[in-house]
Design a protein around this ligand. Structure first.
Ligand code: LLP
Length: 421
C-alpha cells in the first residue's frame, strides 16, 4: 500500500495534487511520500518485534538526505557502501553505531573515515580486505568490528544482474572457506569479529532462497561458536521484493519474512540486522513526467516523454517494468491503446515500455511512473546534458523540493578548460 491515489480523478501524493507540484517545479521530478516511507519502515519493525534487531536502510536505493533523515528519526540504521554514503548518513543524523559498511572494494581511506567517525561494523568480503582493515585499524590504534560476508551459493531466482549469492558472483567469501577465514581474522590485530553477514540478491519474490541462506547461516553460527568465535550479530542483508505491477508478482510480505527470520535464526540469541532498500523506498516514490509529443509511427504510436533513461534507468538496464499512470484518472471504461513510451535520449534503449496499453494521451498530459522511489534518482545521470532530475518530498498537505534541478550554468560551471585551450 502507498499514499499515491486518485481523489476526484486527480492523482495525489498524500494530500497534495501532483499537478500542483508540477506547476511549481516543472517536470520531470521524483516525488516521495513520507507516510509511505514511514509505513514501510514500520512494517519491518513490526515483523521483527520480539527479536533484538536493527533495520539498516540500504541507502544505495535512495540516498537523499531528507529520505535518510525521515528514516533515521524513526530509528533506522544505514547500510552504506562508500565513503560518500557514509558521509550522507552522518549528515542525515545517523550515529556511527547504527551504520554498517558493506561493499567488495572498500578503500583504506574509506575504512579510516568510518573508523574515525564511528561505525557499527564492517561487512568484510575478502581476505585482502580483512588484512587491509587490520592494518588501517592498527595504525589508528582502533579495533574494527567485523562481520564476514559469506557467499552461500544460492540462486535467489532474480534478475541475473542483481543476484549476489551464487558462487560465480563477486560477493562474499565462499561459505566452505568461512571457518578458515574466521580463524585468520581472530589472529589479526585491530579486528574484532562480531558476526556473520549474508545478502543473496535483490527483488526476491519467493521466501525459499532466503530460507536456504538463513538456515546455512544458522548452521555456520553454531560451527563458528564451537570454534570459539563470538558470533553476536547476524546481518541478513536485504532483497525482499516489491510488486512492480498489480498483476504478475506478489512477493511475500515483511511479516512473512520476519516469521521466516525468527524460524531460522531466532533461537541463536543474536542481534539481527537487515538491510532492506527497495521495499522501504520503492513504492514510496513516483517519477512524474510530461508528454512532449505523440508520434504516429509505422504500425505503432510513440509517446515521447520529457523523462528518459538517464532519469530512470531501470527499464533500459534490466528490462524492468514500471506501471505508468496518467495524472488525470481515465474515465471508467476509457479505451486503452497500446503505445511505446520513450524518452528523448538518442538511443533506442531509451524505451520505458513497448506496446503498453494506456488511455489516450497527448502532448502536455502528465504521467507518473510508479515504484520509482528506489534505484531511481540515485542512478540518474546527466547523459545527453540533461539536468539531474529534481526530487520532492510530501508530508500530508505540505511538499518541499529536497533536491533542486541544477541550472545549466551550474552544469557547465563544473567543467574546466585546460590551459592550452
Ligand atoms: N544489502 C546489500 C549488501 C546489497 O547489495 C543490496 C542491494 C541491499 C542490501 C538492498 O537490497 P534491496 O532490499 O534494495 O533489494 N539497481 C538495481 C538493484 C541493485 C541492488 C544492489 N544491492 C535495481 O534497480 O533493481
Amino acid at each position: 500500500m502507498d499514499h499515491f491515489i486518485y481523489r476526484d480523478g486527480i492523482l495525489h501524493a498524500e494530500d497534495v495534487p501532483l499537478a500542483d507540484i508540477a506547476s511549481q517545479v516543472g517536470t520531470p521530478f521524483y516525488c516521495y511520500s513520507t507516510a509511505t516511507l514511514t509505513r514501510h519502515y514500520q512494517l519491518f519493525e513490526a515483523a521483527l518485534d520480539g527479536l533484538d534487531h536493527l533495520i539498516c536502510f540500504a541507502m544505495k536505493a535512495n540516498s537523499n538526505l531528507a529520505v535518510l533523515r525521515t528514516l533515521a528519526q524513526l530509528g533506522a540504521g544505514m547500510d552504506v557502501v562508500s565513503g560518500g554514503e557514509y558521509r550522507r548518513a552522518r549528515a542525515a543524523g545517523v550515529p556511527g553505531e547504527r551504520i554498517v559498511f558493506a561493499g567488495v572494494g572498500k578503500t583504506r581511506a574509506e575504512m579510516q573515515l568510518a573508523l574515525e567517525g564511528g561505525i557499527r561494523q564492517f561487512n568484510v568480503e575478502s581476505e585482502p580486505e580483512l588484512a587491509a582493515l587490520s592494518e588501517v585499524a592498527t595504525a589508528l590504534g582502533a579495533e574494527a568490528p567485523v562481520a564476514i560476508r559469506v557467499n552461500p551459493d544460492i540462486d535467489a531466482g532474480t534478475h541475473d544482474k542483481i543476484a549476489t549469492g551464487r558462487k560465480e558472483d563477486k560477493f562474499g567469501i565462499p561459505i566452505a572457506r568461512a571457518r578458515h577465514v574466521y580463524a585468520a581474522a581472530a589472529r589479526l590485530p585491530g579486528i574484532r569479529v562480531c558476526g556473520i553477514d549474508v545478502h543473496i540478491g535483490s527483488q526476491l519474490t519467493e521466501l525459499a532462497p532466503f530460507e536456504a541462506a538463513y538456515s546455512r547461516i544458522a548452521d555456520l553460527t553454531r560451527e563458528l561458536r564451537a570454534d570459539g568465535h563470538m558470533i553476536e550479530r547476524l546481518d541478513l542483508g536485504g532483497g525482499l521484493g516489491i510488486p512492480y505491477t498489480a498483476s504478475n508478482e506478489v512477493p511475500p510480505l515483511p511479516a512473512e519474512y520476519g516469521a521466516l527470520i525468527k524460524r531460522t535464526v531466532g533461537d541463536l540469541g543474536c542481534t539481527v540486522e537487515i538491510e532492506p532498500g527497495r521495499l522501504i523506498a520503492g513504492n514510496a516514490g513516483l517519477l512524474v513526467s510530461s508528454v512532449i509529443y505523440r508520434k504516429i509511427g509505422a504500425g505503432r504510436d510513440f509517446l515521447i516523454l520529457d523523462s528518459a533513461m538517464n532519469d530512470l534507468g531501470r527499464p533500459a538496464l534490466y528490462g524492468a517494468w514500471h506501471d505508468i499512470i496518467p495524472l488525470t484518472e481515465p474515465a471508467p471504461g476509457a479505451d486503452m491503446e497500446p503505445v511505446d513510451v520513450v524518452g528523448p535520449v538518442c538511443e533506442s534503449g531509451d524505451t520505458f515500455a513497448r506496446q503498453r496499453p494506456l488511455p489516450p494521451l497527448d502532448a502536455g498530459d502528465m504521467v507518473a511512473f510508479r515504484s520509482a522511489g528506489a534505484y531511481g534518482a540515485v542512478m540518474a545521470s546527466e547523459y545527453n546534458s540533461r539536468p539531474l532530475v529534481p526530487e520532492v518530498m510530501v508530508r500530508g498537505d505540505q511538499f518541499a523540493v529536497i533536491r533542486p534541478r541544477p541550472t545549466f550554468d551550474e552544469m557547465l560551471g563544473r567543467d574546466t578548460l585546460p590551459p592550452w585551450l
